[in-house]
Design a protein around this ligand. Structure first.
Ligand code: TYD
Length: 141
């Protein structure tokens, strides 16, 4: 997987005088079935989250409130997605390094995941990640 495999996806937005409503369903607005949802909030100013890769887990990340950046790296290139709308999110396939940073005050990041939590799916060291990507590429030749 490469940074170019990440995509920003628009969610339905049902605008209404009473407020807006957006929707995410398995394999419809996002390209996987949701096994897990978690959210990150009350991030102190200047702190980062993530800073690891998943081997398999795919994610869809939405700024439900406020704003933050999702930085994706594939070992060669980097892309930064600035999220600040609750009807848009970024799809991140497995096999990519990701960091979340620049959280605004009171921001809430909703993360939908394709896998259950599995500590063994994480790669926590960037050099190890780059080696894993290189081994993966060599296996494909
Ligand atoms: P981590 O994935 O490192 O968070 P982030 O990538 O946002 O910095 O998880 C932080 C802690 O929470 C770690 O101890 C594992 C635990 N955790 C779970 O138990 N279940 C989960 O689904 C997630 C995402 C984390």
């Amino acid at each position: 997987m490469l940074v170019t495999d990440c995509t920003v996806l628009d969610l339905p937005k049902l605008a209404d005088g009473r407020g807006n409503l957006s929707i995410i369903e398995d394999n419809r607005q996002i390209p996987f079935a949701i096994k897990r949802a978690y959210w990150i909030y009350d991030v102190p100013g200047g702190d980062e989250r993530g800073g690891h890769a998943y081997r398999r887990n795919q994610e869809f990340i939405v700024a439900l409130s406020g704003s933050f950046d999702v930085v994706i790296r594939d070992g060669q290139d980097e892309r930064v997605f600035s999220l600040n709308r609750s009807y848009k999110g970024v799809y991140v396939p497995g096999g990519l390094w990701r960091v979340m940073r620049n959280f605004s005050t009171n921001s809430v990041a909703l993360i939908l995941a394709s896998e259950e939590y599995d500590e063994g799916d994480y790669i926590m060291d960037f050099d190890e990640f780059k080696q894993w990507k290189a081994d993966e590429a060599a296996d494909r030749i």
